[in-house]
Design a protein around this ligand. Structure first.
Ligand SMILES: *Cc1c(COP(=O)(O)O)cnc(C)c1O
Length: 455
């Protein structure tokens, strides 16, 4: 009888239950229940097919978290960030983070700065873009001028800005890359900015090349445009990655609220902010830059609290973990981590440069802890896509892709070095790049040889 038992008796091995007899459901929920341990093991085993996140050098986002972060995340699994009245201390912690960031980014009065957490830089970009659009429209209406053709001027932006433009009906004026450029160059602006420009997006850490755009010079170019034409165009800095790098390791770089033209800044807490996935930040230099009719009020401790967000319910844990990182690391802790990443990136850049076939596009110095490079020789026997495939065999995920419009004929490879990617790991990667180059330069061995090898 026991041999024909079909129901999970609770004694079976997790891999010898009715649930484990067949592939897991793809289209229809099972009719009955299973033991949690066996369902857990089966789902977990499927996930082993994912790449190893520690070797994912394509992502900017956090892949290493300590035990305390994991504990705080588990402790706050039940906290809905939107319930300000029910979880006032979580709301307080969110506010503290906003003020800490406003201070870090040199807001003139960081206690009076306005901001909020978001699900990431994408939501923060939508909010920053909306505030620009609203303010531009209010001004145009006050002046009795048409306000139906807004545009946003930017360089090689991340896809979130293309989404903002499409979803909120704004023309995206993307300035093409000049030869040799890794981002927007200030002198290009005057050809793109006009009376319908709601703002210019400057990027601190261009996704494609990892270099910073020169925010201060962009601000100066806009000052000159204002002097010549009267157009007063604000800047939003997309500091998704750089917002948590520059303040610690490039403190003299002027890119933030020290520039009066910078109205708002976004950053991803879950990138170099070192928080786990699911948190970003948007901060405005002062409250009046955020138009009142974009703000909703929710009840909070008997009173009300202003909120600005696209989502309603959201987990509180990521914000709490962000605050933990601020408290735990302090400025010195962040500085040491980002500096270690920069050093590892610069070391990798030197190794890559010495190999011969590559030309560095960004050498890991002065901007994000990353390296980007191209193939020096157009007639190389292999492409960077081939190299990417070879590295994948050792588990490394290193993307190859073409540059944005203007330099779309250039294919590059990019390696991101972030918290948890050590100098040891980058040295091992360099060894694997060298070995792959040797293999690719020789060409793949003929089939007969392969078989002899395997016999
Ligand atoms: C990653 C990134 C974004 C999008 O941020 P998410 O936090 O992933 O939503 C936007 N801009 C830049 C420059 C980025 O690097």
């Amino acid at each position: 009888m026991a041999l024909h038992r079909k129901r999970d008796s609770g004694l079976d091995d997790v891999f010898a239950t009715p649930l484990s007899e067949k592939p897991l459901p793809k289209y229809r929920m099972p009719d009955g229940e299973s033991r949690p341990e066996s369902a857990y093991e089966l789902v977990r085993a499927e996930l082993l097919l994912d790449g190893n996140s520690a070797q994912n050098l394509a992502t900017f986002t956090t892949t290493w978290s300590g035990d305390e972060t994991r504990r705080l995340m588990a402790d706050s699994l039940d906290k809905n960030l939107v319930d300000k009245d029910e979880y006032p201390q979580t709301a307080e912690i969110e506010n503290r983070c906003v003020h800490i960031l406003a201070d870090l980014w040199n807001a003139p009065d960081h206690r009076g700065a306005m901001g909020c957490s978001t699900t990431g830089s994408s939501e923060a970009a939508m909010l920053g873009g909306l505030a620009l659009k609203w303010r531009w429209r209010q001004r145009r209406e006050r002046e009795g001028k048409p306000a139906d053709r807004p545009n946003l001027v930017c360089g090689p932006v991340q896809v979130c800005w293309e989404k903002f433009a499409r979803y909120f009906d704004v023309e995206l004026r993307q300035v093409p890359l000049e030869p040799g450029a890794t981002g927007l160059r200030p002198h290009q602006l005057s050809h793109y900015v006009d009376e319908n420009t709601i703002g210019v997006v400057a990027i601190l850490g261009v996704t494609f090349t990892c270099d910073y755009e020169p925010v201060e010079k962009i601000a100066k170019a806009l000052d000159a445009i204002q002097a010549n034409t009267g157009l007063d165009v604000p800047i939003h800095v997309d500091a998704a990655s750089g917002g948590f790098v520059a303040p610690f390791v490039q403190p003299d770089l002027v890119w933030d609220f020290r520039l009066e033209r910078v109205a708002s800044i976004n950053a991803s807490g879950h990138k170099y902010g070192l928080a786990p996935l699911g948190v970003g930040w948007a901060v405005w230099r002062q409250a009046d830059l955020l138009p009142d009719d974009l703000v909703f009020r929710v009840s909070y401790l008997g009173g009300e609290m202003p909120t600005f967000a696209l989502n309603f319910s959201r987990p509180g844990g990521e914000v709490i973990a962000q605050y933990y990182a601020f408290v735990r690391l302090g400025r010195e802790g962040y500085r040491r981590i980002q500096q270690a990443c920069l050093d590892a990136a610069a070391g990798l850049a030197e190794r890559v440069a010495r190999m011969g076939p590559f030309e560095l596009l960004y050498d890991g110095r002065g901007a994000l802890p990353a390296v980007s490079f191209t193939l020096r020789d157009a007639s190389s026997p292999f492409s960077l896509y081939d190299l990417s495939d070879q590295l994948r065999m050792r588990g490394w995920q290193v993307p190859a892709y073409p540059l944005p419009p203007g330099r779309e004929d250039t294919v590059i490879m990019r390696v991101l070095v972030r918290h948890g990617v050590s100098a040891d790991e980058t040295a091992l990667l360099a060894d694997d790049i060298r070995a792959s180059v040797e293999r690719l330069s020789k060409g793949a061995p003929p089939d007969s040889e392969r078989q002899a090898f395997h016999h």
